[in-house]
Design a protein around this ligand. Structure first.
Ligand code: BEZ
Length: 212
């Protein structure tokens, strides 16, 4: 499978998981989705990530984002590992983990980077819009756990910019000022954004977050 790029359709698959067989498209329905891979079960960083992800599920739910993890071990192993995660992270893993023993989904999503590790996945993230297009990809090495605050932050940006002609500046968080899309002339922007437009430079126009 070629590398998946932004705007590509997320390939559908049916796979076993910690909660039984899952079809990606059926699972996502009309929601957004986040698919994130873990190198292997019973590994320390992955254990902290999955516990953290479980504790963040309420925030993903608020944003209408269905969570789906993946590791290249089997479903029975996932279920045993989940008991450990729940214990040590004081949580309840409340989303499925794909069991990808044959690497079918990992290959489909190019999650195995042979020069990093020939058999285990890297830490890939795919954020999928309701129309099934890929809106964001991230790739972290096995040695670096992901920042789930950043994943929520980027979802806020993706959802905002899907519905408003704005972009979000560096380190932006929900509620902070946003950038007017470069394609919109300032006079038009002043009509469009009733909360006001500040022209810092002709190409850098700021407006309050339209959803805040
Ligand atoms: C971990 O999750 O801790 C891990 C997994 C594979 C390689 C290195 C670390």
């Amino acid at each position: 499978m070629a590398t998946l790029r932004l705007g590509d359709t997320a390939p559908n698959f049916t796979a076993d998981s910690s909660i039984g067989t899952i079809n990606l498209y059926d699972y996502l329905g009309d929601s957004w989705g986040i698919l994130f891979s873990h190198p292997a079960d019973f590994t320390p960083v992955c254990t902290t990530e999955l516990g953290t992800a479980a504790n963040f599920k309420g925030e993903f739910d608020k944003r209408n984002v269905k969570m789906l993890a993946l590791s290249v071990d089997g479903a029975a192993s996932h279920r045993d590992w989940i008991k450990d995660i729940n214990e040590v992270q004081n949580t309840t893993v409340n989303f499925p983990i794909i069991a990808d023993e044959d690497r079918k989904v990992s290959d489909l999503y190019d999650m195995i980077h042979p020069k990093a590790d020939s058999t285990l996945t890297v830490r890939s993230v795919f954020i999928i819009a309701p129309d099934k297009t890929i809106k964001l990809t991230l790739t972290y090495p096995a040695s670096t756990g992901r920042n789930f605050y950043e994943l929520l932050r980027v979802i806020d940006s993706l959802q905002l910019t899907a519905n408003h002609k704005v972009a979000t500046p560096a380190n932006w968080e929900h509620g902070q000022d946003v950038v007017v899309s470069p394609a919109i002339p300032t006079a038009e922007a002043r009509e469009m954004f009733k909360k006001g437009v500040k022209e810092v430079k002709p190409y850098l126009r700021m407006t309050p977050d339209p959803t805040a």
